[in-house]
Design a protein around this ligand. Structure first.
Ligand code: SF4
Length: 306
């Protein structure tokens, strides 16, 4: 599996998402300079095959073309995490893809719902039309596009409609990522953190729609016990080894940190057939809703499923 450098360029963004893990950091931590980011790319070029430009919103930086071109020239395969709004402008889209010199593997856009009011409410901005146009512009130019949808109390009922919409506009893969209650998501926890048992049926419907259309679908931060019959769709099975190069710190083995400090399992999980492969939920979840929804899987049942 490929090693990946997750490069956070800064926290500025043109959205104000209620579920954002960055929270208010954009207001007191300045974005990194072009030189700082180029230095990281140069220092890490022999250690990592892939770089993810993330933030904040990478595409609102004036130097995004320059950084892309630099990464491409250094031989990185490139991934982009974005709200996709800037791609609504055709000229921007063309220049961005040209700067990537054919090295942009995937652009991952954040779309929360196919209902514009729902998406705009969660992003705190009138963003829906631009995001959808941006995604369509990318697909029209042959770019591989994936979608990340954060799962909240506000949008989960719209997932079947969203799945049908994503297939219609031709996205290559989509993922449901259960909200991680940090930053703004922590501040808004009462209004956005849903119970997993409520969202799972809608996620399964979204997966079934993808399966029928031959489009891969993944789910992140919902454990195996709630996703029985959908084990192959669990994203944690496939996450590569990642080094996080953040604005103020670096985490050499982010997988270890995520599994050890950011997620947890209940004492009763020790009895579960999936204990060794399961990461458990984000630690904030059981502190809010407890462990009742997480029932250990009996070994014989797990064997029968595989
Ligand atoms: S280890 Fe715990 S959280 Fe994970 S699948 Fe088993 S019961 Fe669920």
């Amino acid at each position: 599996m490929d090693n990946r450098l997750d490069l956070k360029v800064g926290y500025n963004c043109n959205n104000y998402c209620k579920h954002c893990v960055i929270g208010d950091k954009r207001f007191f931590i300045p974005d990194r300079t072009t030189r700082q980011l180029k230095d990281v790319l140069e220092e890490e070029k022999d250690n990592y095959q892939e770089v993810v430009f993330t933030g904040g919103e990478f595409t609102i930086r004036k130097d995004c073309f320059e950084l892309l071109s630099h990464a491409a020239s250094l031989g990185y395969k490139i991934l982009i995490q974005t709200n996709a709004r800037r791609f609504a402008y055709s000229a921007f889209c063309d220049e961005f893809l040209a700067a990537g010199q054919g090295k942009i593997m995937t652009v991952t856009g954040a779309l929360l719902s196919a209902n514009s009011d729902c998406h705009n409410y969660l992003t705190g901005a009138d963003s829906y039309r631009q995001t959808v146009k941006g995604l369509c512009n990318l697909k029209a130019r042959g770019q591989q596009v994936s979608i990340n949808t954060v799962v909240t109390k506000v949008n989960y009922r719209t997932f079947p409609d969203l799945a049908r919409f994503l297939i219609r506009i031709g996205v290559d893969v989509y993922q449901y990522a259960f909200v991680h209650a940090l930053g703004s998501a922590d501040k808004n926890i009462l209004s956005i953190l849903p119970k997993k048992s409520l969202v799972v049926p809608f996620i399964k419907m979204g997966i079934d729609i993808g399966r029928a259309a031959g489009v891969p679908v993944y789910v992140e931060a919902i454990p195996f016990c709630l996703m029985q019959g959908y084990e192959r769709n669990i994203a944690e099975n496939y996450i590569p080894q990642v080094k996080l190069n953040d604005v103020t710190n670096t985490v050499a083995d982010f997988d270890y940190v995520r599994k050890t400090y950011e997620k947890e399992k209940a004492p009763s999980c020790r009895k579960c057939a999936c204990f060794s492969v399961c990461e458990g939920p984000w630690i904030q979840y059981p502190r809010t809703y407890g462990w009742k929804e997480f029932e250990p899987i009996a070994p014989v049942k797990a064997a029968a499923k595989s």
